[in-house]
Each structure stands twice: as C-alpha cells, then as structure tokens.
Design a protein around this ligand. Sequence first.
Ligand SMILES: NC(=O)c1ccc[n+]([C@@H]2O[C@H](COP(=O)([O-])OP(=O)(O)OC[C@H]3O[C@@H](n4cnc5c(N)ncnc54)[C@H](O)[C@@H]3O)[C@@H](O)[C@H]2O)c1
Length: 206
Amino acid sequence: MSLKGKVAFLTGGVGGIGQCITKNLLDSGVTVVLFDLNKAKGEETQKKLEAEYGKGKVHFISGSVTKKEDIEAAFKEAVDKYSRIDYMFNNAGIMDDAVWEAQIDINLYPQLYEKTGVKVIAFCPGLTETELLTAGNFGTMFQAFISQAPPEQRAKHPSQKPESIGVAIPKILQEASNGSIWVVEGGEPGYEISIPFYPEWKVQNA
Ligand SMILES: NC(=O)c1ccc[n+]([C@@H]2O[C@H](COP(=O)([O-])OP(=O)(O)OC[C@H]3O[C@@H](n4cnc5c(N)ncnc54)[C@H](O)[C@@H]3O)[C@@H](O)[C@H]2O)c1
C-alpha cells in the first residue's frame, strides 16, 4: 500500500520524534498537519518544510491536546483544507512529575480515536535522544539516573536518535494490522510485539 497522497495529523509534531516522523512521511508523499503547543517552532517548521517539499505539504496548527476545543478546531481546519485525515499520530507528551496533573492531561487524556473503522496501532519508542530526556526537571533527573545505571541495565535499554523512528514509521503504517503493537529501539528496524492475554501472566502462588 502506497502512502502517496495520504494526509497525516500529528500531535506534538514539532518535537524531536515528531519532526523525524514528519520528514519521513513527507518523503513518502504524505501531507502532514502538525499540531503543537509550540507556536514559534511550529511556524518556523512549516516555513522550512514548505520550502523543501512545496506549499501546502505541511500545515501547522497551534493548540493543546488537553483542550477539546483546540483539537476540534484543528481537525476542522485540517479537513476543510485537505478533505481527509488518513493517519492520526497521538504523539504529544511531556515528562515532568513536578507537574503531574498536566502530565496526565497531556499523555493520557486525549482519546482521539473513538469511532469505529479506525485502525489503531500502538507505537512504542525505546529511549530516544530528544529534549524529553534532556530538558527540564525530568531531563536532569533522568540524565543523573542513566549515568549511574549499571552497564548491564543500560544495555537492556539501548538509546537511539529520533531519526530511527522517522525511518521506521512509513513501513509500519504500511504493514501494521489493527491493534498491533510496535517497538523501535536502539536504532534497529521496528518490530511487532504481542502481549499475552492477562490470565497467562497470573502469578501461580498468588
Ligand atoms: N524520547 C523518548 O525516549 C521517548 C520514549 C518513549 C515514548 N516517547 C513519547 O514520544 C512522544 C514524543 O516525545 P519526544 O521525545 O519527541 O519529546 P519532545 O519533548 O521532543 O516533543 C514533545 C512535543 O509535544 C509538544 N507538546 C507538549 N505538550 C503539548 C500539548 N499539551 N499539546 C500539544 N503539544 C504538546 C511539545 O511542544 C513538543 O513539541 C511523547 O509522547 C513521549 O512520551 C518518547
């Protein structure tokens, strides 16, 4: 299945992973609507990518995934402009336990796929070198933690550049079946995983 001519809507679209996904979607002929809180970076990204891929190939809309009215308005704007949305990436996220209420709002609240007939794929990046892991309270804490972690533990969680995710996405979109779960880590190609039905996880003596 070719991705050419499709339209994607990507929340958190101008972050580290979002930008890499966008680039690879554009290379596959997909038009990308970027939705992000960071207006300055969003406008700059749209300008830069339109110069490279052509006017209208990227469209930035600012707003927050925690605000239903922002999401609804952004969807309307995207559908008015392109008449369709084929792929929805629920990618916006923060890591900061100091503002845990916002963290839950942003990472868990937006359930954007409510209607039937929508293919849902869970995509799980391994440790990826973006501002999420280096900036702010969480970044400082995480960097201190990782520098002290024993080598065997670090080896279990190999890190990667966000470009590895961008490269993996078009293939996953083409191959993934509904309800499938995919991992990309350590800069390796993405692979599908299966989670056993929970009774198989029962602790025998519990
Ligand atoms: N970096 C990793 O190691 C890693 C690992 C697993 C999962 N993830 C997940 O991948 C996603 C992208 O992470 P990243 O590493 O690119 O982080 P990032 O910090 O580089 O980018 C996150 C983007 O989300 C945007 N954003 C934050 N709050 C928002 C809101 N309320 N509304 C709209 N946009 C908002 C930010 O402006 C930013 O552009 C996140 O959901 C993160 O939890 C990241």
